[in-house]
Design a protein around this ligand. Structure first.
Ligand code: S3P
Length: 457
C-alpha cells in the first residue's frame, strides 16, 4: 500500500509578494551541533534548523551522552520539528549509545557521525530510513578503513546499517573521486583524532562549512588550491556559539518562484551566500533573473545577505561541470525554471542526483512530464525544451522533500490544480515551507474549498 500522507493542492495565483525568513542552514546546523558536542564548554546555537534531518543529528548526539538543551528551557525529551530553535550544547565527549543510532532520512547525520565514531573506543550501530539505507556508503567506508577504522556495512560494505568499532586512527593522504562534502567532512572529523596529519584532494570544491567552522574553533587546517591539510587535535576544541544563516537551499524555491511567476516580488532575509553554495544565484542570473543581493555581511565566518527577486523573462542555459556541487540540491527546482524559460536548458555532470534522497533525475523528469513539460532524462542530467505550458494534475513527491517543494513551485505557474502527495516531507529541511508559500500569495488567496483531507494553497 502506498502511504499518501498529507496531500496538498497548489493552484496558480495572480500575485506573489512578501518577505521570507528562512530556516537555519541545514548543513551548517549539523556541523554546529556536532562540532560543539566534541568541544570543551558550552555553546549557544541560534537559528538552528528545525528540519527533521538536523533533529535526527541532535537525537543521535543525545543518545551518545551529549547534553543538548533547547532554549528557552523546554523540557523536551525529543525535539519536535517546527519553528526556529536555539540550543545549548555542553560537550563532554561521547559515550557508547545503549541502542542503535537512527539517522532517519539524513545522510549528513550518518556520514559525519561515522567519521567521529570511527575514533571513539566503543561500538556503534547506525541506521536510517528506507531511503538512507539505499544510499551509497562504500565511498565513506573506504577512506575511513584506510585510516584504520573498523567499520562495516550491509551489502558487502555498501549500505547502512553501519557497524563501527572505534579505535586508533592514522591520517591519510587521500584523493576524493566523487566530490562530496559529507565524505570530506567525515574524513576531516576522523582526522581530528588521528595520530598523524590528513591531506585531502578534492577534484571539484564542495561546500566548505566544516573547514570554516574548524578553523574558527582553532583547528590547524589549511587549504591550498584543491587540497586540505589537517593536523590532529592536541587539545579539545573550544566551544563556539553562533547564529546560523538562512538556508540558501530553502531560499531556492522562492528565488525560482519569484523569477518564473508573471507578477512577483519576493524579499528573502538573512540568506547564507557561502560561495560554495551560490550556484543557484549564478545560474538564475545567467538565465536572466531580476535578482538583487543586498546588505552583504559576515556572521560567524559565513557570508549572508538579503536577496530580492522579481518576475523575469528567463532563457534556457547549460549547467554542468564545476558548477554542479555548488547547486546540487537545487537542481530539481532549477528544472522547474528550465520548463518556464525560453529555449533549451541542459543539465549535465549531475549523476550524483541519482543517489540522493530519491533518484532525483528520474523522478523530477517523470513528474514534470506529467505536468506537460518537454523534458528528457539523461544518465547524468536532463534536457528541457522550455516554454511548453504546464497543466496541473496529480504528481508524486516520491517521499523526497526537495521534489515536493519543487513541484509546488511548478504548481504556481501550471493551469489548474497540482496535487502533491506526502507533502509533509518538506519538513525534512523546511517545516514552514507551506505556510511561507501561503503567506506570499496572501494578496490573491485561493477561494476554492479544500477537498476532504487535502489542503489547497
Ligand atoms: C551536504 C552535502 C551534499 C548535499 C547534502 C548536504 C552536507 O551532499 O547534497 O544535501 O551537508 O555536507 P554530498 O556530500 O553528497 O555532496
Amino acid at each position: 500500500m502506498v502511504r499518501q500522507g498529507e496531500i496538498r493542492e497548489i493552484t496558480p495565483c495572480s500575485r506573489l509578494e512578501g518577505e521570507i525568513t528562512l530556516p537555519g542552514d541545514k548543513s551548517i546546523s549539523h556541523r554546529a551541533v556536532i562540532l560543539n558536542s566534541l568541544a570543551r564548554g558550552e555553546a549557544e546555537i541560534n537559528n538552528f534548523s528545525p528540519g527533521r534531518d538536523c533533529l535526527a543529528t541532535v537525537n543521535c548526539l543525545r543518545a551518545l551522552g551529549v547534553k543538548i538543551r533547547r532554549l528557552p528551557c523546554h523540557c523536551d525529551p525529543e525535539l519536535v520539528s517546527g519553528e526556529a530553535i536555539s540550543l545549548l550544547v555542553s560537550g563532554d565527549g561521547f559515550k557508547e549509545a545503549k541502542n542503535v543510532l537512527n539517522a532517519e532520512n539524513s545522510a549528513t547525520t550518518m556520514r559525519l557521525l561515522a567519521g567521529i565514531l570511527s575514533s571513539q573506543a566503543f561500538l556503534s550501530v547506525i541506521t536510517g530510513d528506507v531511503s538512507l539505507r539505499s544510499r551509497p556508503m562504500g565511498r565513506l567506508i573506504e577512506p575511513l578503513r584506510l585510516m584504520g577504522a573498523k567499520i562495516w556495512g550491509r551489502g558487502g560494505d555498501s549500505f547502512a546499517p553501519l557497524v563501527i568499532k572505534g579505535g586508533k586512527l592514522r591520517g591519510i593522504d587521500f584523493e576524493m573521486v566523487v566530490p562530496s562534502a559529507q565524505v570530506k567532512s567525515a574524513i576531516l572529523l576522523a582526522g581530528l583524532f588521528a595520530q598523524s596529519n590528513t591531506i585531502l584532494y578534492e577534484p571539484v570544491s564542495s561546500r566548505d562549512h566544516t573547514e570554516r567552522m574548524l578553523k574558527r574553533m582553532g583547528a590547524r587546517l589549511e587549504n591550498q588550491g584543491n587540497s586540505i591539510s589537517l593536523a590532529p587535535l592536541t587539545n579539545p576544541l573550544p566551544s563556539l556559539s553562533l547564529n546560523i544563516p538562512g538556508d540558501i537551499s530553502s531560499a531556492a524555491y522562492f528565488l525560482v518562484a519569484g523569477a518564473i511567476h508573471h507578477n512577483a516580488r519576493i524579499v528573502i532575509r538573512n540568506c547564507g551566500i557561502n560561495p560554495t553554495r551560490t550556484g543557484i544565484i549564478d545560474v538564475l542570473l545567467a538565465m536572466g533573473a531580476k535578482l538583487k543581493i543586498e546588505n552583504e555581511r559576515l556572521e560567524g565566518g559565513e557570508p549572508l545577505a538579503d536577496i530580492v527577486v522579481e518576475s523575469s523573462e528567463l532563457k534556457g542555459i547549460e549547467i554542468g561541470g564545476d558548477a554542479i556541487p555548488r547547486l546540487i540540491d537545487e537542481i530539481p527546482v532549477l528544472a522547474v525554471a528550465g520548463c518556464i524559460a525560453r529555449g533549451k536548458t541542459v543539465i549535465k555532470n549531475a549523476g550524483e542526483l541519482r543517489v540522493k534522497e530519491s533518484d532525483r533525475i528520474a523522478n523530477i523528469c517523470q513528474e514534470l512530464s506529467r505536468l506537460g513539460a518537454d523534458i528528457e532524462e539523461l544518465p547524468d542530467g536532463m534536457i528541457i525544451q522550455g516554454g511548453k505550458p504546464l497543466t496541473g494534475t496529480k504528481v508524486d513527491s516520491h517521499g523526497d522533500h526537495r521534489l515536493a517543494m519543487s513541484l509546488a513551485i511548478a504548481g504556481l505557474v501550471a493551469k489548474g490544480g497540482t496535487i502533491i502527495n506526502q507533502s509533509q516531507v518538506a519538513g525534512i529541511s523546511y517545516p514552514s515551507f507551506w505556510q511561507d508559500l501561503l503567506s506570499l500569495r496572501a494578496a490573491s488567496p485561493c477561494h476554492c474549498e479544500p477537498k476532504a483531507k487535502q489542503s489547497r494553497i
